[in-house]
Design a protein around this ligand. Structure first.
Ligand code: PLP
Length: 466
């Protein structure tokens, strides 16, 4: 008897893959062929967990039974997180409102599962972190994407949220600083959006996974958490980025009191608990010595950001908004005459630099922007690396340059990639004079056909320092 053709659920069929995976795959192929690929595509700091946390993990693993913890997490860890918000941000959060989850991903899953019903609309910025769209649609919600531009730092503002509002709006999701742009929403705008949504009885889900990697205010005070202005917002955070613990799968959500019982029921059913040893080890994150290590790493990331911005400036690739956090730079490549996908293909095949095209982050900047992550900038970048790595920098009849050492024969097989589709209602915003919409559209088919490939920089052009 032939096995029955089982069909996956519609939500699984509809889920969009990460287009960036095509580039990771291609980068691996190139490395297997002996090329040294500079990977500027992953949102994963190369520091790893601080030594004290690794030691705490060894201790936790040493002969203990390690049963499930309670679904909301180890009480001691919830208290430590609450203490961290008190010490660093001056806000009081009842540890009972903190749910320990499997990364910020688990917190986002919990938050959307607890708040989105079929037919509900949730407002998000375009570009945004791709998983949020998938989570909302998984629960039958409709994603309302508001195209943003450099004028609003690629973030939502209260005016555009108000315009996008409909009787079915049930929530607004914000990530600040954002992935892919590394830009924060001005605190007054965040407060205005939260006020608006709260007045209309809608959820505010604010992803602060990169908050501790934000630049402090000029007087040295840390970037502000949404809790200061909206104590009942749902806050998402994680040990992945600031503490360098991506693979440990540990994060948290701060929930309004009214949502705690529902979130706890869902957490029980979805996860039972987050990893017990990871939770025990994470207690070591909040000692002054470990926090000092993390602060030094933030400084190192800031130095990398300066290096990258300086390099991009020298080769004339515009970054329309200077980031103020995370470890991303969002580059407008329209001036090169290539679309973002072609730019990334050429950067990888010719310069052996892996970047992420805007397509993953939403339609507004899909063709025009490319994300560069400096989370794992190779050691000695700009110093010891003698291979010329030049990115395509300028549109024109001849000058589409990605230089590689002359002897390398470029393999120009196109990468697999399909158009992004997701259930959505797009909201049009008035044209901006400073945003990507004001930059010239890429030439149809890009600039690859017939363009001249050169292996040395044109006068006045410089290689970026990686
Ligand atoms: C904005 C944002 N939210 C959430 C996540 C998920 O992070 P985690 O590793 O904590 O699940 C990421 C990961 O890159 C992210 O960029």
């Amino acid at each position: 008897m032939r096995p029955a053709q089982l069909r996956p659920a519609q939500r699984a069929v509809a889920a969009a893959p990460f287009h960036a995976m095509a580039f990771s795959q291609r980068a691996r192929e190139l490395e297997a062929q002996g090329h040294r690929v500079v990977s500027l595509s992953l949102g994963e700091p190369d520091f790893g967990a601080p030594a004290s946390v690794r030691q705490a993990m060894c201790d936790a693993m040493d002969g203990q039974p390690l049963p499930y913890t309670s679904a909301m997490g180890l009480p001691a860890l919830r208290e430590a997180i609450s203490g961290f918000y008190r010490d660093r941000h001056g806000v009081e959060i009842d540890p009972a409102r903190i749910a320990i989850t499997s990364g910020a991903s688990g917190a986002l899953l919990l938050a959307t599962a607890a708040t989105v019903d079929p037919g509900d609309e949730v407002i998000l910025a375009d570009p945004c972190y791709p998983c949020n769209r998938e989570l909302v649609t998984s629960f039958g919600g409709t994603v309302v994407l508001i195209p943003t531009s450099a004028a609003t730092r690629y973030q939502l503002d209260a005016e555009s949220v108000e315009r996008a509002w409909s009787p079915r709006t049930r929530g607004v999701m914000v990530a600040t600083p954002s992935n892919p742009t590394g830009t924060s929403i001005p605190f007054s705008q965040l407060a205005a959006i939260c006020d608006l949504a709260r007045a209309r009885e809608a959820w505010r889900i604010v992803d602060e996974i990169y908050l501790e990697l934000s630049d402090p205010a000029p007087d040295g005070t840390p970037a502000r958490t949404v809790v200061e202005t909206d104590p009942d917002a749902i806050v998402i955070s994680s040990f992945s980025k600031y503490f360098g613990m991506t693979g440990w799968r540990l994060g948290w959500a701060i929930l309004p009191e009214s949502l705690v019982p529902a979130a706890e029921r869902l957490a029980m059913n979805y996860f039972l608990s987050a990893s017990n040893p990871a939770q025990q080890a994470a207690l070591a994150c909040f000692t002054p010595a470990t926090l000092e290590v993390c602060e030094q790493r933030r400084q190192e990331l800031l130095a990398r950001r300066r290096l990258v911005l300086d390099g991009l400036d020298r080769i004339g690739l515009p970054v329309p908004v200077t980031p103020d956090g995370a470890f991303y730079v969002y580059i407008d490549v329209t001036g090169t005459g290539l679309d973002a996908w072609q730019f990334c293909e050429q950067a990888l095949d010719r310069a052996k630099v892996a970047l992420t095209p805007g397509r993953d982050f939403g339609p507004a900047t899909a063709g025009s922007h490319v994300r560069l992550s400096y989370a794992a900038l190779p050691r000695g970048a700009g110093r010891g690396d003698r291979a010329p790595r030049r990115l395509p920098v300028r549109a024109g009849d001849r000058a589409h340059i990605v230089a590689v050492p002359r002897h390398e024969s470029p393999d120009r097989r196109p990468l697999k990639g399909s158009g992004t589709t997701w259930q959505q209602r797009r909201v049009m915003t008035p044209p901006s004079t400073t945003g990507p919409s004001s930059t010239p559209a890429p030439r149809p088919g890009g600039a690859t056909a017939g363009s001249t490939w050169r292996s040395s920089a044109a006068p006045g052009w410089a290689s970026p320092p990686w």
